[in-house]
Write a protein that binds this ligand. Structure first.
Ligand SMILES: [Zn+2]
Length: 327
């Protein structure tokens, strides 16, 4: 080490090994004398707190982690609200999900959630003028509300809470799978809306107008796959439970399957309405023209939020099966 001018310098260089309790300090290379000056003690305490916000946050009391999570979520959600990516109720949803994920999961969980949230919000904002028309027919177009925030993040928040109770590695991968699915779905929708070609119905490949539920585009599908894979790679990089590049592929695949299920359900059993005035399909019971739309097909209880939640669940279950198979 060769840096032995005194305990003060040593403590500043390596404040994490300074044990404040009882004024005793123990370093890897032996006991140190306590720092003598008050300012130094304060600096050390501050450094310890800052460090605690890093990996050491696992050792914080739960209530402190939840409060910090709430503050972060309100900040990030507020930014998204100002940028038009969230409605005010969506802000509440983001705060609920973010608080649970950060409070019970910690940094790796929060960062993976942020990766989804920031990329999805950015893609939603990108080219907004070009896709506004079609996006308005989608329930998921425009600022996300409470239902959408919970549909996208609710499964993940539940998994984070379970992890807080018993941190089993499978829970991390299920969390990654659920985020991969909602990321893929959002990326596919937003990139697909920018496509110059008509989307095609997933069931029979027939071209349909942009904004039709259950329709896919080549560009959107590729983007969705890349989004899911990106979450997989990040999940391996941030993983608190180890992992290999093969895991990234499995997370990506689970997310991709979740996205396909989303389109499949959208084309078949999701509740779809018909606006007489505009002669258009819509996912909303009240069309954007203000006219109440009449039910056209699908199950009454399965709206777009339900479909999104099922997609997230599929991503999570894909990784559960993978874990059970001994991966
Ligand atoms: Zn209408």
């Amino acid at each position: 080490m060769g840096f032995r001018e005194g305990p003060t310098a040593e403590v500043f260089r390596d404040p994490l090994h300074y044990d404040n309790e009882g004024g005793r300090a123990v370093d890897r290379c032996g006991p140190l004398r306590p720092a003598s000056h008050r300012v130094e003690r304060r600096t050390i305490r501050l450094l310890r707190i800052l460090h605690g916000m890093g990996p050491g946050i696992e050792n914080w009391p739960m209530i402190a982690r939840l409060i910090l999570g709430l503050l972060f979520s309100i900040l990030i959600g507020g930014l998204a609200f100002r940028l038009g990516a969230l409605s005010s109720s969506g802000w509440l949803g983001a705060a609920l999900v973010g608080t649970a994920v950060f409070g019970f999961g910690g940094w790796p969980w929060a960062l993976l959630l942020i990766a989804f949230f920031v990329s999805a919000s950015a893609l939603t904002q990108y080219g907004l003028g070009r896709k506004a028309e079609a996006a308005l027919d989608f329930a998921k177009g425009g600022p996300r509300d409470l239902g959408q925030a919970l549909a996208n993040g609710g499964i993940g928040a539940g998994l984070a809470i379970l992890w807080g109770l018993f941190p089993h590695p499978a829970l991390w991968w299920m969390f990654a799978g659920s985020l991969a699915a909602v990321t893929a779905d959002t990326w596919a929708t937003e990139v697909g809306l920018l496509s110059r070609r008509s989307p095609r119905r997933i069931l029979d490949g027939r071209p349909v107008p942009p904004g039709t539920s259950g329709a896919i585009t080549l560009e959107g599908t590729i983007a969705g796959g890349l989004g899911a894979l990106g979450i997989g790679i990040l999940a391996v990089g941030l993983s608190p439970v180890g992992g290999s590049i093969g895991m990234a592929l499995w997370v990506g695949l689970s997310g991709f399957l979740g996205m396909l299920l989303d389109s499949l359900l959208g084309a078949t059993v999701q509740r779809i309405y018909w606006c007489e005035r505009c002669a258009k399909e819509t996912e909303r019971p009240i069309h954007r023209c203000g006219q109440p739309a009449r039910p056209l097909r699908g199950w009454r209880w399965l709206n777009n939020d339900g479909v999104n939640a099922l997609a997230a669940l599929t991503g999570a279950l894909g990784m559960l099966l993978w874990s059970l198979a001994g991966g």
